[in-house]
Ligand binder design. Structure first.
Ligand code: ARG
Length: 446
């Protein structure tokens, strides 16, 4: 038995049904909780403008909260013949409440419903990402502080360049995450505006109280123009995915460094044995597969904005079914990025560094700039000092004490981690997730 909200006298062709639904029912399961939350706010507002009696609203709320609990237990399903999550929730309510269940769709459309669901889903996803970024951030800062005084070779062009430190290396990725959070925050701001009440994209002649649903759902404000609210679909996913892509870019670079530095030829860091994988033929192998997979998964996430852009490319204003396909790439990307973040945090915490790496003779010349600087401090003009050291190197006469930290206060020893932590903390706090949690809890109150 088909349960199309829109079906009239002709039953839809089975192949057309299969094709138009595609993977949508599967992906809509990720939206179930959010769809119910939206209905809780919408029906409260309908009662406020007298399109539902308080009694009807309370009956609906009892059932919605019960359906929410089903979704939370992971037991919510979309039945065969039901098109999407929106239809399933309405069907469940109608089965439980009869005509009262049929009243909830007044003044809304699945177009603004799915928009709202995606915003609530994305808001929650951004919160989880920000929290995981936070954990990685502090793991990096901790390692940076721990290995503050340990020198490490710095490379340019993959050629030995200047002394760096493990403190700088770990700390660099922490600071990179701060910039990524600024991007994420911009995406969050865009996400945290209420589209509900825009209906099919042209509003409604009912006196919908859009401020009320904005408050109830803990949004910062609303998408005022109903045509723009609908235009925001696709734009939201694209912009949030840009923010996800910048985090993924940081992780992919870190993963590549880790693979390189863990190889025997570099030998800067060591991954714990339990984090490496073996070979079926070469008994000695301890491969950094985890970082290789993080690199590839994060490179894939960096392609997400382009994928979304191509799906929505040149769509005029107004709703189109094309937009449904964005869910296929957008929704799974959250768990993929979260997995990569959590796995990176785990291994970073376990990573050991080679404290003696610069004692290797091949790094002697890495101190050439230090020697030039020493001569400059003695009063020799920089260019003359540079020339002298260059000639000494050519003549095989170059020596250096390998002391860097103790000779002067340069950028190698001066990590500025305190400043980076201040920036990080400020960025994390700016999201104000508490307000959202409070309003969602309030809506779910029996
Ligand atoms: N599954 C649809 C989507 O993701 C829901 C909205 C359907 N609206 C419509 N007019 N067909 O876009």
């Amino acid at each position: 038995m088909a349960h199309k909200l829109w079906e009239k006298s002709t039953e839809v062709n089975k192949n057309i049904e299969k094709f138009t639904v595609g993977k949508d029912r599967e992906l809509d399961l990720f939206l179930a909780k959010h769809d119910i939350m939206g209905s809780l706010a919408h029906t409260k507002m309908l009662a406020h403008i007298n399109l539902l009696t308080n009694e009807e609203m309370e009956m609906i709320h009892r059932e919605l909260i019960d359906i929410y609990a089903i979704a939370e237990r992971g037991e919510f399903t979309i039945e065969d013949g039901v098109e999407d999550v929106h239809s399933q929730v309405e069907l469940m309510l109608t089965r439980r409440l009869g005509d009262v269940g049929k009243k909830i769709h007044s003044g809304r459309s699945r177009n603004d419903q799915v928009l709202l669901d995606l915003k609530l889903f994305t808001r929650e996803g951004i919160q989880k990402i920000a929290e995981s970024v936070n954990h990685l951030f502090y793991a990096l800062i901790e390692q940076s502080e721990k290995y503050k005084q340990v020198l490490m070779p710095g490379y340019t062009h993959l050629q030995i360049a200047m002394p760096s430190s493990f403190g700088l290396w770990f700390g660099a990725y922490a600071e990179s995450l701060v910039d990524d959070l600024y991007f994420l925050q911009a995406a969050f701001k865009m996400c945290n505006r209420n589209p509900l009440g825009s209906a099919a994209g042209y509003g409604s002649s009912f006196p919908l109280d859009r401020m009320m649903t904005t408050e109830l759902l803990g949004f910062d404000s609303l998408n005022y123009n109903v045509v723009y609210a609908q235009m925001g679909r696709g734009k939201l996913e694209r912009n949030v995915s840009f923010a996800m892509a910048t985090i993924a870019g940081t992780l992919a670079k870190l993963a590549y460094d880790a693979c390189l530095y863990n190889s025997q030829n570099f030998n800067f860091v060591k991954l714990p044995d339990e984090c490496t994988t073996g070979s079926s033929i070469m008994p000695h192998k301890k491969n950094p597969d985890v970082f290789e997979l993080i690199r590839a998964k994060c490179n894939k996430i960096q392609g997400l904005p382009q994928q979304i852009m191509l799906i929505m490319n040149n769509l005029p204003s107004g709703y189109f079914r094309d937009l449904q396909i964005i869910k296929e790439v957008f929704v799974p990307a959250f768990n993929e990025l979260l997995d990569c973040l959590d796995m990176t945090t785990y291994i970073i915490k376990e990573m050991k560094v080679n404290k003696d790496i610069l004692k290797d003779d091949k790094y002697l010349l890495i101190f050439s700039v230090e020697e030039v600087n020493r001569l400059v401090l003695e009063g020799m003009p920089f260019r003359d000092a540079y020339k002298k050291v260059g000639l000494d190197i050519e003549a095989g006469k170059f020596t250096h004490s390998r002391e860097v930290f103790h000779t002067h206060e340069g950028s190698i020893g001066n990590l500025c981690n305190n400043e980076i932590v201040k920036l990080g903390e400020k960025a994390f706090q700016s999201f104000n997730f508490d307000k959202i949690e409070r309003s969602e809890k309030e809506l779910l109150r029996r």
